[in-house]
Design a protein around this ligand. Structure first.
Ligand code: ZN
Length: 287
């Protein structure tokens, strides 16, 4: 099953048709997608018994982020061997965790605003939690996942790497730096949810390509590790790290420029298409 938020209302998506969840459930379920994660089991039960057929055509440009105000957003650094190598660091023995502050989240076709000339791309598989994960084991981890979506962990490298201690959380949390979507796909839709091809491109040029099966720490290992420290709550997001090919590691280095459209896609899930523009702080910004 695929669920999305269309013009502020939760919908089930089937091909290019959708069905409004609040209307189909006669008001038993909320129109706001974030509310569905709060009682994901109840939602799944209803959907299994009474899932409405999609009857309304929609455009992807009408979709908002499939999670809008999660309480926590976890990001993982250096979770692909070749990306760690291109970044010049050795792979840690436990996951490197940071946060993207939730106000950076935007939808699948939102414009990414550049505050500088050193903004980079990072396509990532994003996990949405559906049931509180509190000290769960690896074996039990997937049972706490509502679904998967595509994400971009957009990163301002100057801020991220400046200072005596790197500022991962700040450099990755500028407004519009967290496009996700276009919808959430439940894990049962995917034959091998632990091994999906993901890639990122601009103007037909592939910048990153990898498989989530190459992650150093798998989805279940990440949930097991993080949930030992803090409970992961319904609707929380987990950005699972990026494959090699980021702009910072290229020779010469390359960064996002106004006028580009950044395409991020994951096999079996879907794709984001985010135009890139100069924002406040960028030399080409009018403001
Ligand atoms: Zn990342």
């Amino acid at each position: 099953m695929r669920i999305a938020s269309r013009l502020g209302r939760a919908v089930i998506v089937e091909g290019n048709l959708c069905a409004d969840i609040a209307i189909a459930s006669k008001g038993a379920l909320s129109h706001h997608i974030d509310d569905l994660y709060e009682d994901w089991e109840e939602f799944l039960e209803w959907a299994r018994a009474d899932a409405p057929k999609g009857d309304q055509p929609f455009e992807v440009s009408e979709l908002d982020a499939p999670v809008q105000r999660p309480r926590q957003v976890f990001g993982i650094g250096l979770n692909y061997l070749d990306h760690a190598a291109e970044s010049g660091v050795t792979v840690p023995s436990s996951a490197t965790v940071f946060t993207k502050f939730p106000t950076c989240l935007v939808g699948p076709t939102a414009t990414v605003l550049l505050p500088s000339t050193t903004v980079d791309w990072e396509v990532e598989l994003v996990v949405v939690i559906g049931r509180t994960a509190d000290r769960v084991s690896e074996d039990d981890a997937w049972a706490h996942v509502a679904g998967l979506t595509v994400g971009q962990d957009i990163s301002e490298r100057t801020v991220q790497l400046a200072g005596p201690v790197p500022q991962f959380s700040l450099g990755k949390s500028y407004r519009t730096f967290g496009p996700i979507g276009p919808w959430l796909v439940t894990p049962d839709e995917l034959e091998r949810p632990d091994d999906l091809e993901l890639q990122c491109s601009v103007s037909g040029r592939v910048l990153q390509k990898g498989r989530t099966g190459q992650m150093v720490f798998s989805v279940s290992e990440l949930i097991a590790q993080i949930s030992q420290v803090c409970p992961m709550l319904p609707g929380d997001l987990l950005f699972t790290g990026t494959p090699p090919g980021v702009g910072m590691a290229r020779k010469p280095q390359e960064f996002l420029q106004p006028g580009m459209t950044l395409i991020s896609e994951i096999e079996g899930i879907g794709k984001l298409a985010n135009p890139v523009a100069a924002g406040p702080g960028h030399p080409q910004s009018a403001g």
